[in-house]
Design a protein around this ligand. Structure first.
Ligand code: GAL
Length: 847
């Protein structure tokens, strides 16, 4: 406890005596300015409690980056964490791309400009619900390659790309050892479970990857997440919903949490997960009280899987993640604010946290304290109540403390509570999507893709081809076409009992066309990407044209043996109910075409859109499959984030001015159970869900910077039929803001005022309300000081209610962008029920 940095280092060195590897690190770490010990990462000799958040640069636009980083800073972050997305940077072997939203150096420089640090997770395997886990698909075709194991061709590629990135960072002076913001790097990603599966080659690969990374001499520490046997000097770190139970593999490594999941990703066909702010804060406080010194929110801003970057299969285009900053870059309240308050509370404890190990003191059956007592006299305490149902009153020091269920109180001086994880002081914001009026509405034109057109690009062979090997992921789409001869004597031609066509596909979605007509659709799900189509088909005497459009919906991003995954119609394909019984079509001649005609013509782009005749009028609304739609519109004024409402459509892709917004699939409704969810109790990704029975994703983010003042080209490719007249442009805005605060709820402000000697008695908490940029509060929808019930959007009065609850808000808030009101009886006309614990609930409309 309380060791000085040098002492700790000596202990560490002694513990690792003989481990050349570690000594090598020690030598380099002496010159570097970032190091670590058992307690924390140290920067310039100073131990730090570091709060970090993931923002993946390609999931937003460079125009959004400064604002996102600024909001992260205001939210109390010290560090931004990102993966490096190999397949975005090297689309073809040796052909690099570091522009637009892949301008990694620009992103890191913005982080530095904001005064924040950066954690660079090079991977280069990243998982991340990103197409193919970040691997370029061309890697698959390097002879003899086997991914993420002790395999020469793979290791050579991984080393080449990792070195390229490290050298790029070095040449830009971006490592902290060079005066840059990068304080940490990561090699591989959650390899532990994979290594366990692979055995010896897995272990050899881990050691190789560690040595290779350390050998690059970045001057800053490396981490490996979810990798219990990470070799020295690499720090093994934890990922999960909770990580308090975690310990690093050596006593001289700090306890770090590289992925504190703020929610979870959405898949097409699944409900939308969310994680209550109270539980998120509880998990973080629980980690810190057990000696954790680095936490990273995964995600702090999730953003959007533009283009075909979503992994999968079936990962949705929105990667919102219920993160503190929503997909559009707006603050998600109360999560953003509640965590901001948590970070301030933790920072007040920092002097004690970095210089002492916690002492645990039991306070009750489900209650305990963790106390950090430093030699220099700093003291910080965390009081926890793990009971999920009941409040607890505990005594600690000379005081009593009331702890709500499943909560932790933070006492930066071991005496005064400044924060409780279950008492949210931040405002709650309800968001809305408002239709943007477009002059005369969007007027659409349509172009129909012929379902079975053969052209120079098509080729034929006997048997069924695997899809990824055939398309190399240049397109989501692969056509499988064949002819079926039906004899005039077939019995079904008389009975009308049509034969059944059965198609087995490895995924992910399939549209079946018979003689040019869509005869059915089938698709898998994230949990089971394979699909079977089995329906009766309308065949006629003579030659019938059967065409399958097989569609990939993002390549897998997790699992072993990336080289073996496949998709598409692998068969068998058969017809049942013919005179001969069953006819196997798998081994007849098939004609293939990669991609759509419209893709080949670049119909989505400004230059390509003129290459075909588009139809207008009634035809547009006919819900034809395989239709391209286009329209133009003027860029809306204002600054609110924009989206396209695709509620009336089926499945396809969207482009604006040639840039892909991603895949859309509102016709895939969310199945699952979306019952009430309490913040209390262990969280997992299935606990709190929204949108059941509705589209998994209805709105698709349109970055403002992709629009021009006028003449914006919007192109939609619809696979199975939708009505584009239902498409509209919407802006995302705050609908109303709420607060729900107890009288005497602890506040940081109160503590800071007392600590600075400005006041000497406890202060009442304050409600702070703020509408979005450019908005004003137009009406008080609800206000009650007393015992109000319900949640934001549906508050109601309880048995105790101060008659003048509305007055202060009407006076102070209406007409303003923000306001604050003290939660004290005199503000509401006096105490309506003395000796009862009261709170204030208020909802104010923004417009
Ligand atoms: C982790 C992985 C991340 C991400 C996350 C789920 O296991 O490291 O990249 O995939 O799961 O969102």
């Amino acid at each position: 406890m309380g060791l000085k940095l040098n002492e700790t280092k000596n202990v560490a060195a002694a513990a690792a005596a003989g481990a050349l590897f570690f000594l090598g690190f020690l030598v380099s770490s002496v010159s570097g300015s970032v190091s670590y010990d058992s307690r924390a990462i140290t920067i310039n000799g100073q131990r730090r409690i570091l709060i970090s958040g993931s923002i993946h640069y390609p999931r937003s636009t460079p125009e959004m980056w400064p604002d996102l980083i600024q909001k992260a800073k205001e939210g109390g972050l010290d560090v931004i964490q990102t993966y490096v997305f190999w397949n975005g940077h090297e689309p073809a072997p040796g052909k690099y791309y570091f522009e637009g939203n892949y301008d990694l150096v620009r992103f890191i420089k913005l982080v530095k400009q904001a005064g924040l640090y950066l954690h660079l997770r090079i991977g280069p395997y990243v998982c991340a619900e990103w197409n193919f886990g970040g691997f370029p698909v061309w890697l698959k075709y390097i002879p003899g390659i086997s991914f993420r194991t002790d395999n020469g061709p793979f290791k050579a590629q991984m080393q080449r790309f990792t070195t390229k990135i490290v050298n790029m960072m070095k040449s830009e002076g971006l490592f902290e050892s060079q005066g840059g913001p990068i304080i940490l790097s990561q090699i591989e990603n959650e390899y532990g479970p994979m290594e366990y599966e692979l055995g010896e080659p897995g272990r050899a690969y881990t050691n190789w990857a560690a040595k290779m990374a350390v050998g690059l001499g970045t001057g800053v520490p490396w981490v490996m997440c979810k990798q219990d046997d990470a070799p020295d000097p690499i720090i093994n770190t934890c990922n999960g919903f909770y990580c308090d139970y975690f310990s690093p593999n050596k006593a001289y490594k700090p306890k770090m949490w590289t992925e504190a999941w703020t929610g979870w990703f959405t898949k097409f066909g699944g409900p939308v997960p969310y994680r209550p702010a109270e539980d998120m804060a509880f998990a973080i406080a629980r980690f810190i009280q057990k000696g954790g010194s680095f936490i990273n929110y995964y995600m702090y801003h999730g953003g959007t899987n533009f283009g075909r970057t979503a992994g999968g299969p079936f990962i949705a285009t929105s990667y919102d993640y219920d993160a503190p900053l929503d997909e559009y870059g707006l603050e998600r309240q109360p999560k953003w604010g509640h965590l901001k308050d948590l970070h301030r509370a933790i920072k007040l404890c920092e002097p004690a946290l970095v210089s002492a190990d916690p002492t645990r003191i039991p306070l009750g059956r489900y209650q305990e304290a963790h106390v950090f007592n430093s030699k220099s006299g700093a003291c910080a305490a965390f009081l926890a109540n793990y009971n999920t149902k009941s409040y607890a009153t505990v005594s600690f020091g000379n005081n009593h403390y009331n702890l709500p269920p499943w909560s932790i109180s933070i006492l930066p001086d071991c005496k005064n509570t400044v924060y409780n994880t279950a008492r949210v002081g931040a405002q709650i914001s309800r968001m809305k999507m408002v239709q943007v009026p477009v002059n005369g509405g969007l007027s659409w034109q349509a172009y129909n893709e012929d379902p079975s057109s053969y052209d120079e690009e098509s080729f034929s062979m006997v048997g069924l081809l695997e899809q990824i090997n055939t398309t190399r992921d240049a397109s989501d789409y692969l056509w499988y076409m064949t002819d079926v001869k039906i004899d005039a004597n077939e019995g079904f031609l008389k009975t009308g009992k049509y034969p059944t066509l059965t198609v087995l596909s490895a995924g992910h979605a399939l549209h079946v066309f018979v003689n040019g007509q869509l005869s059915g659709t089938a698709y898998g799900s994230l949990d089971f990407p394979k699909l079977t189509f089995s329906e009766s088909v309308n065949l006629r005497a003579g030659i019938n044209k059967i065409a399958f459009l097989s569609i990939a919906v993002g390549l897998p991003n997790v699992g072993p043996h990336f080289e073996r995954w496949n998709a598409g119609v692998l068969g068998p394909v058969s017809l049942n109910g013919l005179n001969e019984g069953r006819r196997d079509l798998s081994w007849q001649k098939w004609t293939y075409k990669v991609g759509l005609k419209g893709e080949a013509l670049s119909l989505h782009s400004l230059s390509g859109t003129t290459s075909v005749e588009w139809a207008a009028g009634a035809f547009v609304a006919q819900k034809q499959p395989l239709t391209w739609f286009k329209t133009t519109f003027s860029g809306p004024t204002g600054n609110s984030p924009l989206a396209i409402d695709m509620g009336s459509m089926g499945k396809g892709q969207i482009w604006i001015n040639g840039q892909s917004l991603g895949r859309y699939w509102p016709a895939y409704k969310a199945s699952g159970s979306c019952s009430e969810c309490s913040y209390a109790g262990s969280f997992d990704e299935n606990k709190c869900l929204r949108n059941c029975g509705e589209a998994s994703q209805r709105w698709y983010h349109v970055p403002r910077s992709w629009l021009k003042p006028s003449g914006n080209l919007l192109v939609v490719f619809e696979e199975w039929g939708g009505d584009p007249n239902g498409i509209s442009l919407v802006r995302r805005e705050v609908d109303s803001v709420c607060a729900d605060i107890y009288e005497w709820q602890p506040t940081l402000m109160n503590y800071e005022m007392q600590a600075s000697g400005k006041v000497n008695k406890p202060l009442r908490p304050k409600v702070h309300l703020q509408c979005g940029d450019g908005q004003k509060m137009s009406a008080v929808k609800f206000a009650s000081f007393g015992t109000p019930e319900g949640t934001c959007g549906s508050y109601r009065e309880g048995s105790c209610h101060a008659l003048h609850s509305y007055d202060a808000f009407n006076r102070v808030c209406v007409g303003q962008n923000w306001c604050s009101v003290t939660v004290a009886p005199e503000m509401f006309g006096g105490d309506p029920c003395p000796n009862v614990m009261k709170k204030l609930a208020v909802e104010v409309v923004c417009s």
